[in-house]
Ligand binder design. Structure first.
Ligand SMILES: [Cu+2]
Length: 189
């Protein structure tokens, strides 16, 4: 046996010993839920992933495109649908089927990510000059592991304008809905 084949053999056995441990430790850091973010035409433009933390809360990662440069209000809305809502006069609201801001504590207040309002009020998302936005943050007000604050089956909405984190004007002045993703299982590929 040459020294080269000995090294190859040692490497192969090390892999075999290490292999059973790899899937379990990788799974701990794998996002379990995702929202595939679409524009009003239904084109997929980005993705949010949600990792449930064992001690409570959710780590949220967002990467999306197609926004106007600058800050955009972003919230969890209560219904997991990105369909448009058409009123009796025929007026269509993009992503209107997502409903109101997720407010499990029934506060009826819009107060931003650290205020005493809707649990679904998230930090503003900032887009670059080319319309790309990417951020990661933790929130202890939401869950993907059940309970009253569970956001699985709800939706994430990105709005046209910056959110001032107050009720005046309504919903912090964040305006129309420009991107939406339904929160569900992460796709396998
Ligand atoms: Cu909103």
């Amino acid at each position: 046996m040459t020294s080269k084949s000995l090294i190859t053999l040692a490497f192969a056995s090390a892999l075999a010993v290490g292999a059973p441990l790899a899937p379990a430790s990788a799974a701990d850091r794998t996002p379990t839920y995702a929202a595939y973010i679409v524009d009003p035409a239904g084109k997929e433009v980005g993705r949010a992933t949600f990792v449930g933390i064992d001690t409570g809360g959710v780590l949220v990662r967002i990467d999306t495109m197609g926004l106007t440069p600058g800050r955009h209000g972003m919230h969890i809305h209560e219904t997991g649908s990105c369909l448009a809502l058409v009123d009796t006069t025929g007026k269509s609201t993009p992503f209107g089927a997502a409903g109101a801001h997720f407010d499990p504590a029934s506060t009826s207040h819009h107060a931003g990510p650290s205020g005493m309002g809707h649990a679904g009020d998230l930090p503003n998302l900032t887009a670059t000059g080319s319309g790309h936005a990417r951020t990661t943050f933790f929130t202890d007000r939401l869950s993907v592991k059940g309970g009253g604050n569970n956001i699985v089956g709800r939706s994430i909405i990105i709005h046209a304008n910056e959110d001032n984190y107050t009720d005046e004007p309504m919903n912090g002045g964040s305006g129309g809905r420009v991107e939406c993703g339904e929160i569900g299982p992460l796709r396998s590929s």
